[in-house]
Design a binder for this molecule. Structure first.
Ligand code: CAA
Length: 258
């Protein structure tokens, strides 16, 4: 399917989504976020796709929600129209793993979009920030919550209250990104990671993602109980039998996603 604001392709078992409003530094317009929700929905339903990559251009992953569009909205427009909730959160609800490959600016909604993904790979030139305060706004797509959980209160406060940007090195030190990749290799590396995940047992990968995400939602005791239940349930999967048999037989497993 063709989208106005995205380039969507598959690379083997990986769904690759490229945000494609380069002249606007991939400002996240309502159309783009609806397109993104639709693309995620399609890949989620596609059994041949095991993991997704979301990326932007070299200069900008995304420079935030579209300020020119937002400037026209009234309170009633955003409240009644369920702005953000309506289409932005689809990617956070994706059950398959999503890797954000971030090059250049990931500001405001761009940083928030990256944080909705499961793994962030940063190019050497990546810059993360929540500059909404400069516009008389606060972050509205999870920035005050997800950033704080990841980098801690002091750094999150400084970024949210002053709009200071983090470079890739600081983002890696702070645990915001899993690692830094040379800019020219970013997308290929992200696809490689996604391919590796896609070759594993799909249902077990879904369980692993769900279990890690649970850590953000509950107490340690409840989280461990949740993990244990899922761990036990992997023993019912054909792929678990295959994985263990392949180990014993010193061969690669042939997972059937069952
Ligand atoms: N919305 C709409 N248009 C944007 C945009 C945005 N968030 N960011 C950049 N653009 C547009 C610019 O208006 C410009 O368009 P024109 O050529 O038509 O003027 C074009 O993209 C290129 O941008 P610049 O000329 O500004 O490029 P630069 O290299 O000089 O600066 C930048 C880059 C520092 C990222 C600067 O563009 C900038 O500060 N952008 C806004 C960042 C921002 O405030 N983001 C937060 C948005 S609010 C939000 O996201 C709310 C939320 O939590 C959901």
């Amino acid at each position: 399917m063709a989208y106005e604001t995205l380039i969507v392709e598959t690379r083997g078992p990986v769904g690759l989504i490229t945000l494609n409003r380069p002249k606007q530094l991939n400002a996240l317009s309502d159309q783009l976020m609806s397109d993104l929700a639709a693309a995620v929905e399609t890949f989620e339903a596609d059994e041949t796709v095991g993991a997704l990559v979301v990326t932007g251009s070299e200069k900008a992953f995304a420079a935030g929600a579209d300020v020119k569009e937002m400037a026209r909205y009234s309170y009633i427009d955003v409240y009644k129209g369920n702005f953000i909730t309506r289409n932005w959160e689809r990617i956070a609800r994706c059950r398959k793993p999503v890797i954000a490959a971030v090059s250049g600016f990931a500001l405001g909604g761009g940083c928030e979009l990256a944080m909705m993904c499961d793994i962030i790979l940063a190019a050497e030139n990546a810059k993360f920030g929540q500059p909404e305060i400069n516009l008389g706004l606060i972050p509205g797509a999870g920035g005050t919550q997800r950033l704080t959980r990841v980098v801690g209160k002091s750094k999150a406060m400084e970024m949210v209250l002053t709009g200071r940007q983090m470079d890739a090195q600081e983002a890696e030190r702070s645990g915001l990104v899993s690692r830094i990749v040379p800019t020219a290799e970013l997308v290929d590396e992200a696809v490689k990671v996604a391919e590796r995940i896609a070759k594993l047992s799909q249902p077990v990968v879904l369980m692993a993602k769900e279990a890690v995400n649970r850590a953000y939602e509950t107490t340690l005791e409840e989280g461990i109980r949740f993990e244990r239940r899922l761990f036990h349930s992997t023993f019912a999967a054909e792929d678990q039998k295959e994985g263990m048999a392949a180990f014993a037989e010193k061969r690669q497993p042939d997972f059937k996603h069952r």
